[in-house]
Design a protein around this ligand. Structure first.
Ligand SMILES: [Zn+2]
Length: 249
């Protein structure tokens, strides 16, 4: 799949406090524990302008997402970091009208199907709960002065991008960023690396993997920092990473 096609998959915003308004007495955890992680229902709070997935498409989406979860995360890991994945055809910010592909509220994910946003949003959750185990300063030291984070994912989506959007993918990746959205903030840069790591499109993109090994050492360093972070939090890395990028220590 081409870079353009892949990189168009996900836009995300994460500071959901602006987006989510609690309007009910809340969700009862016990009610959820016997259910699947995947839901097509509206959550207990009014948050976004959502378009429901048609009923006839729901089962295929459910099986796909559940398969993705089972492939990469143990039940123990999911029980620790995930409450529910709410899936919609369209997600739109009620206040500013911007469309995006995923967001989260604590350990509840809200994603647009299909796409890789489930892994991206879940990566935010396990980072939020383990911030001290990923060295933000060392990560940002990899960046050059030519590109500095513009502000936040929310601002990037709300304003339709930032001043780096005209850069080529080659320029971006030489500077250590997978795609333009990565330049919005450290948190998004990290989550996009996770999103790629779990993406089947990336895993099968031999050319991009070869380019990372030969032309994009900063990007490789970020991937390896994420691999080390995974080990610290007890998340087994996908097997292809060792073969593709070697040892990271
Ligand atoms: Zn994000």
């Amino acid at each position: 799949m081409s870079n353009q096609k892949y990189t168009a998959i996900i836009q995300c915003c994460c500071s959901v406090f602006l987006l989510l308004l609690l309007t009910s007495s809340g969700c009862e955890k016990d009610d959820l524990e016997d259910q699947s992680y995947i839901s097509f229902e509206k959550p207990f709070w009014v948050l976004l302008d959502v378009e429901q997935v048609p009923t006839e498409e729901q089962q295929a989406i459910r099986l796909n997402l559940e398969s993705e979860l089972e492939q990469y995360y143990t039940p123990e890991f999911l029980n620790k970091y995930l409450t529910k994945v709410y899936v919609y055809s369209q997600l739109k910010d009620l206040f500013i009208g911007s469309e995006f592909d995923g967001t989260l509220h604590y350990s509840n994910l809200f994603i647009k199907a299909p796409g890789n946003s489930m892994h991206h949003e879940l990566a935010h959750v396990y980072h939020m709960k383990n911030r001290s185990l990923l060295n933000q300063q060392a990560w940002e030291d990899l960046n050059t002065s030519a590109i500095s984070y513009s502000s936040s994912g929310v601002t990037y989506v709300a304003t339709g991008g930032n001043s780096y959007d005209n850069l080529s993918y080659d320029s971006l990746r030489r500077a250590g960023f997978f795609r333009h959205y990565s330049t919005s903030s450290f948190k998004e840069d990290y989550a996009v690396v996770c999103e790629y790591i779990f993406s089947k499109d990336f895993q099968q993109n031999a050319q991009l993997i070869a380019d990372i090994n030969s032309k994009y050492p900063k990007l490789k360093a970020k991937i390896n920092m994420v691999r080390e972070f995974f080990e610290k939090i007890g998340l087994q890395e996908p097997a292809y990473l060792q073969q593709s990028f070697g040892d990271y220590k």
